[in-house]
Design a protein around this ligand. Structure first.
Ligand SMILES: Cc1ncc(COP(=O)(O)O)c(C=O)c1O
Length: 437
């Protein structure tokens, strides 16, 4: 990545990951304490990357959840402290200010993907966003005989809500296969899609394989047969520039916590005319126009889908995370992660018993398996080395079945990752292979 450090809330990834520390227990580790020199800069921007003893934690589980930059933590601390008040209902100045900040966060989050604020519903996360679509738009528009197309690599969040909808409405679900290198096979999708298909729901980037969907083609294929398309942007918004308008997507979902923001909040973007026609989901305060015991009328979107007091502080954090990522520049983040993935693929590819999954150009995510070593054992040994990877089915059990493994090991990168993370990972894998050798 070539972008320099700019404002005090931005960080060049190499500087952010500028420590060279092969092992948390090695002599080099002692010399590269996060609490000193370049390391102190890392810790001051990414407090989550510091071990309790001051060494750097080699965090390679960003696809599960990203570490938080200090600017996000600070924004949330202010929102929870000196700025704290409720939104939308207060008649006092603090509440009016908080309402402005909350709605400003909505505008920023929508703007990140090229959407408008009246099309952006805050949810608890991507999972809730997909459930919302299934239970409102799906329940209203789909019936027995209609079909939904998903793919083999979907996260459970983009499978189970559609199965629950199938149980309620009788719709059928088709599964688009993958190409040999683990991308959604859009030639197959083209052959499979029929006018009976009312929805296509695909991951924009796979959380296991890192494969990047050819989203413009997927949208065109869906629209050609009159289907709507939902893109699961959980793993794409922190690495790719997304423009839902240019894409002509219908639904786009993502979670703040994978975008360097807080847990407990996410986003559902829906094309305005579709959102306007969607019935309310949860009932309660904040989503109504007028309530009598006889009849209730509802607020316009997006408020109609946000019953109850919202996640105010989390929304502020979400907005701060969008600012942070935007200041870094998504093309630069993506380029940085691609470089790391290429280096990791090369280093792991040289090891005889390591099998790599996914395409060469995967985005920020690399899944692999070691012959004769369960990924959980690998994860435990790597943890001793000061490296955190993910081991398991990654909420994608059908994909594991397709790959013919119960689980994979997954290294996933972020803005703060650097080559020292790969060096320690490789050393840890070598040690594991010696132990199991
Ligand atoms: C591709 C993908 N979709 C959906 C989800 C669900 O996100 P959340 O648990 O934040 O709702 C994840 C989380 O791992 C994911 O990676």
């Amino acid at each position: 990545m070539t972008q320099p450090v700019t404002a005090n809330n931005t960080l060049h990834p190499r500087e952010g990951g500028g420590l060279r520390q092969p092992s948390a227990t090695s002599p080099e580790a002692a010399a590269s304490k996060v609490s000193s020199g370049a390391g102190a800069q890392v810790a001051s921007i990414w407090p989550g990357l510091a071990n309790p003893d001051g060494t750097r934690w080699h965090y390679l589980d960003t696809a599960a959840t990203a570490q938080k930059p200090q600017v996000v933590i600070d924004a949330m601390t202010r929102a929870l402290g000196s700025d704290y008040a409720t939104v939308h209902r207060g008649v006092y100045a603090r509440s009016a200010d908080m309402t402005l900040a909350f709605e400003c966060a909505r505008r920023k989050v929508a703007g990140l993907i090229g959407g408008a604020e009246n099309e952006l519903v805050f949810t608890r996360g991507a999972t809730e966003a997909i459930n919302l679509v299934a239970q409102t738009w799906g329940q209203q528009n789909l019936k027995a005989g209609d079909r939904i197309l998903i793919s083999t690599l979907e996260h459970h969040a983009n499978i189970v809500p559609w199965q629950m909808l199938r149980d309620r409405t009788g719709v059928d679900i088709d599964v688009c296969p993958l190409t040999e290198d683990g991308q959604i096979d859009l030639d197959a999708a083209q052959r499979m899609l029929t006018p009976a298909h009312k929805l296509v729901a695909f991951a924009h980037v796979s959380n296991v394989l890192g494969s990047v969907l050819d989203a413009p083609r997927a949208v065109a294929l869906a629209h050609n047969v009159g289907a709507k398309i939902l893109l699961d942007g959980c793993q794409s918004v922190a690495r790719l520039t997304v423009d839902v308008k240019a894409l002509d997507a219908d639904f786009y979902v993502f979670s703040a916590h994978k975008l360097y923001g807080p847990t407990g909040i996410g986003a559902l973007w829906v094309k305005a005319d579709i959102l306007d026609a969607m019935p309310p989901w949860q009932g309660g305060g904040a989503m109504i126009d007028k309530v009598t015991f006889e009849r209730t009328t509802y607020a316009p979107a997006p408020q109609r889908f946000e019953a109850g007091t919202p996640a105010i502080v989390e929304a502020i954090g979400f907005g701060a995370a969008v600012d942070f990522v935007t200041a870094q520049g998504l093309p630069a983040i993506h380029a940085h992660e691609c470089e790391l993935v290429a280096k990791a693929r090369e280093a792991l590819g040289r090891m005889n018993s390591v099998k790599l999954f996914g395409p060469e150009d995967s985005a920020g995510i690399l899944s692999f398996a070691i012959e004769g070593v369960h990924p959980h054992d690998l994860g435990t040994i790597l943890d001793e080395e000061g490296v955190a990877i993910r081991a398991g089915h990654h909420c994608a059990q059908p994909l594991m079945a397709h790959l013919g493994v119960p689980a994979t090991a997954r290294a996933s990168f972020g803005i703060y990752s650097d080559e020292s993370d790969i060096a320690v990972l490789v050393r840890g894998i070598e040690r594991t292979m010696r132990i199991f050798g």
